[in-house]
Design a protein around this ligand. Structure first.
Ligand SMILES: NC(=O)c1ccc[n+]([C@@H]2O[C@H](COP(=O)([O-])OP(=O)(O)OC[C@H]3O[C@@H](n4cnc5c(N)ncnc54)[C@H](OP(=O)(O)O)[C@@H]3O)[C@@H](O)[C@H]2O)c1
Length: 389
């Protein structure tokens, strides 16, 4: 069997590191061709030595120069985020694992899809903000999007071979983050927000889990990827993070996907799809787990989830605006510029401001990019007002 070429964009992050482990595990059938990161020089050099890709892309120019100096001529080292684009089109690559946080990997995603490749998409922000364009590009050029996000990967499995019209509801589970029981404390510290009970992830998504915006983003992803109306997508708090999502059908049956909370499983699912092969993840022992719990989410104490539904129902550029405002607010919290409880405030105000403007019926890449830029600027202005800068 010819090995399939894989690129891992965002290789030094939580998903990227897991992806490299899975690629190593599947080395008899996949070949790592390229890795990319922003600035983690030591880590990307170590990954190059360990996993031997041909090409390394480092988007920060200074960091790229350091990587070149350290690795010499053995590898092709490219600088800048734009360097991802030709690599995404490289015929040696069959699957692009997109795990760059935020929307910086959008052009590379669109290029891979328009080259007819498979994109194993971890980066939810791309689907939330640019889902229509991404789906349109995949359809037009026969590219394939396979979701890595565990809830979406679970739905992908539950919906295999099912007709859309037979779906009554899709249910996404949420661990609830560190505060689901008592609500977020006043002035929650960064350490307490980053203490996720079940998953080890990058900082941005861990903050999103604590506000429940992560679930809101996944609701939007679900609507955009599977073409389901927003009122057919529900969420439920499930602290054990064992059931990743459920699909309820019109006959009353529910299909669910269960596994240990370990991202190496959905990553492998994307790399071997539609086959299944033994993975690095230990099987579940249901008699050890004994019980699983489900609770309704409290949208009063976690308004971000509700804001995501509002953006989705409003449609047009609103999900892109919600995502942009959230990115800015989370960054400001992590940089100690705003308190945790101000995150939903910043998003709500940015969204309301956006909704005052004329609604765009037909979405294009440039309209969405403009909405993202404006929302980013507006949210930054609000943050500067609050932090007195
Ligand atoms: N972690 C999870 O379990 C999980 C689950 C589902 C979905 N996701 C989604 O997957 C994405 C990645 O999450 P993560 O937790 O792996 O994030 P992370 O640990 O923060 O890693 C982010 C990665 O993106 C790279 N990066 C950031 N900006 C870049 C840029 N401008 N150019 C090139 N590379 C850039 C980083 O490089 P440097 O290290 O050099 O900064 C790093 O490799 C997010 O969209 C998240 O929502 C994550």
């Amino acid at each position: 069997m010819k090995k399939r070429g894989v690129a891992v964009f965002g290789s030094t992050g939580s998903i990227g590191r897991s992806a490299l482990e899975v690629i190593n595990h599947l080395q008899h059938e996949v070949q790592l061709v390229a890795i990319a990161a922003q600035q983690s020089v030591n880590q990307i050099c170590a990954q190059a030595s360990r996993y031997q890709p041909e090409t390394i892309i480092v988007s920060d120019p200074e960091a790229a120069q350091k990587v070149k100096d350290r690795l010499g001529r053995k590898y092709q080292v490219l600088a800048g985020i734009d360097a991802l684009v030709p690599i995404a089109a490289d015929p040696k690559i069959d699957i692009v694992i997109m795990a760059i946080s935020g929307t910086a990997g959008l052009n590379a995603t669109l290029t891979a899809l328009s080259s007819g490749k498979t994109v194993a998409l971890a980066t939810k922000e791309i689907l939330v903000s640019y889902g229509e364009i991404v789906a349109r590009t995949a359809r037009r050029f026969q590219g394939k999007i396979l979701p890595i996000d565990s809830e979406l990967a679970a739905l992908h499995q539950c919906l295999a071979g099912q007709e859309i019209k037979s779906i009554r509801r899709l249910i996404l589970t949420a661990s609830g983050g560190p505060f689901w029981q008592n609500g977020p404390p006043k002035n929650a510290t960064i350490d307490s927000v980053l203490k996720h009970p079940t998953w080890k992830m990058g900082k941005k998504i861990t903050v999103d889990s604590a506000t429940l915006m992560n679930k809101g983003l996944e609701v939007i992803e679900t609507v955009k990827l599977f073409g389901i109306p927003p009122d057919k997508v529900a969420t439920v708090i499930h602290p054990e993070s064992v059931v990743h999502a459920l699909a309820e059908f019109v006959d009353g049956s529910i299909l669910a996907q269960l596994s240990r909370p370990d991202m190496r499983l959905p990553i492998q699912y994307c790399l071997t799809y539609p086959r299944r092969v033994p993975s690095l993840v230990a099987p579940l022992n249901l008699t050890e787990i004994k019980s699983l719990h489900f609770f309704p989410p409290d949208t009063r104490r976690f308004p971000c989830l509700q804001l995501a539904y509002e953006a989705l129902r409003y449609g047009a550029t609103a999900p892109c605006v919600l995502n942009a405002a959230n990115q800015v607010a989370v960054k400001a919290f992590l940089n100690r510029k705003i308190a945790f409880e101000l995150i939903p405030d910043i998003i709500e105000k940015t969204l309301k401001e956006h909704m005052k403007k004329k609604k765009r019926a037909r979405l294009s890449l440039s309209i969405l990019q403009q909405a993202e830029r404006r929302a980013t600027d507006y949210a930054l202005k609000l943050i500067n007002l609050v932090s007195g800068e």
